[in-house]
Design a protein around this ligand. Sequence first.
Ligand SMILES: [Zn+2]
Length: 172
Amino acid sequence: MEALIVIDMLNDFILKDGALYSGKKGEEIVSFINKEIKNFRKAKNPIVFVCDNHEMDDKEFEMFPPHCIAGEKGSNIIKDIDFRKEDKVIKKRRYSSFFGTDLDIYLREKEIDEIYLVGVCTNICVLYTAADARNLGYKVNIYKNGVASFDEEAHKFALKEAEKTLGCNILY
Ligand SMILES: [Zn+2]
């Protein structure tokens, strides 16, 4: 069984006035992601929204400006994405969607062994989610047109690293 994992499509990352705006590229992937969400819904495959969600004084803010603070508007899923209440929401505090979350147990209980990643940023949360997924034995696909970063060079490096080192499939 397969699942679509939508990473960090949140106000603070995608909106221009967000605390950690990922740039024009982040906005450009929204329609592609909605298309894939539609495909997964049609096939009755689960759609998981993994969402950065930080404490006010989170340790991550030693490296990045404060963003996606629990309960604040910046941490909400952008309204332009086709999120529905039957979709699974997983909150995370670190780059990897698996670290300190119940994503692995959720996927295992649904007998999902293959995941498809979309979202931001390619070289941060997408890459480290892909790495943990591979370590845990999942088949991992990344949609090239469904991921983005504020840093184009890092985006390209991350896709190459995911393919050559982690053994992910890079799709259109
Ligand atoms: Zn964060």
